[in-house]
Design a protein around this ligand. Sequence first.
Ligand code: FAD
Length: 447
Amino acid sequence: MTEFDLVVVGGGVTGAGVARDAALRGLKVALVEKARPGGGTTATSTHLIHGGVRYLLYDRLTTHSSCWDSGHIVRTSGDLLTRLPIVWPVYKGHARGLETVETMFEEYDRFQPMKYGRPHLRLTPEAALKIVPGLTAEGLLGAIAFDEWWVDAEALARRTLESAQAAGAEVFLDAPATEILKEGGRVAGIRAGGRELRGKITVNAAGPWIDKVSTLAGVRTPLRLMKGTHLIYKNKALTPVGLLLEAEGKNRYVFVVPSPLGTWVGPTDLPGPDDPDETRTTDDEIGYLTRSVKRYFASWPERHDSTIVGSRPILGQPGSEKQLSRDFEVYDHESRDGLGGFLTIGGGKMSDYRIMAETAVDEVCRKLGVSAACRTQSLTLDGKPVTDIPDWPHPSPDLKKFLRTKPLLRELHALSYLGAGFATHLARRAAGLTPISDENEFRRRYQ
Ligand SMILES: Cc1cc2nc3c(=O)[nH]c(=O)nc-3n(C[C@H](O)[C@H](O)[C@H](O)COP(=O)(O)OP(=O)(O)OC[C@H]3O[C@@H](n4cnc5c(N)ncnc54)[C@H](O)[C@@H]3O)c2cc1C
């Protein structure tokens, strides 16, 4: 029987990131995954490495921190990422008008360089119709274009795990953790897939299953699971670019994402069941997504080919469902619950999985008394050195944590920037300083 420094439960992008980070610091690591790498929530995501422009409305620091870490992911993940131009068409009667939407993107432009994103463009209606053939012309006032990175999310988890293995980590697939071993009041490892894996520290990185796994240890990690469904059309490019569309019912938005995996429409964002294994797509979700996309296209396929659903592992917190912070946290069950040797990492997004892992492994090293610096930002997934790492400022983790529990204050913080931005935008617009571009400028900028 081998004794590991660290045993990781969960081989989604988060657990894979933790295993890679720890192995690169020289720790002896084992990771167990109950199914296949990245096959949980990671596979059901919209597959974007992005800052989440929507969070600028109520959780600006998450946009900042996701863009910051996305830059590291772009530098280290190479050909797994593709630049995806996205068009947001604005129509008469939409909840958010062109000036408001453009103000959001002027704010987003501040963070875009962190992840090698290009500044937004405001487009004429004619340009939007040329870029997105078949888009409804009636009522179209114009559009905003911006870009994000598309990633094959399962491949990102798989390649991160392969990088961990190359650095010495042992990975066990089809190995559900069914028992948390305890000795002398501490967690001493796990039993998984018929094996006993003993570890000085165990990290629970099971995404939406973290509460189920921590319950095995007799402690709780409450989440506010929000389920999300996408419709999948086999045709890889029903639209030539991505779209962000105001959905049926206003104040709700869906992406249309053309990709090698097909064209994805979604996601929904609804309170999910507490048990992620019970998460299912409903006919209501399918109807909502279908109607939301079809109202923009006179001709759109009658039927989708399949659906995919997952649970967002959002931290337990106060506030309305529409404004939940996507911040992450590493729980130390020793200081929290009196149970040594056990950490849980929860919340976050795929777009900041690297810093999530770094934060968790910093804590592991502190507990083990090991001083070894994080290397995940300075080596690509296939082991090449990364040079020229810009020194962008990172938002204060303490401020993020403070605002997470104060939803009103967090919204005010975000809106104060947007309010000031809106005044500046209107003044610049009145002075003729906000250009409106055509399709040629769009192609020059994003292709
Ligand atoms: C609809 C939707 C859209 C999203 N879109 C985006 C996006 O575009 N960009 C973005 O950045 N983020 C997005 N997210 C969020 C992102 O997908 C998640 O934050 C991220 O994938 C979580 O990764 P994870 O590794 O923590 O969880 P998971 O990917 O769920 O991994 C957890 C793993 O633990 C395993 N596991 C569970 N229990 C056990 C056990 N007992 N033993 C062993 N293994 C176990 C599971 O099989 C699973 O593979 C989206 C989320 C959803 C739901």
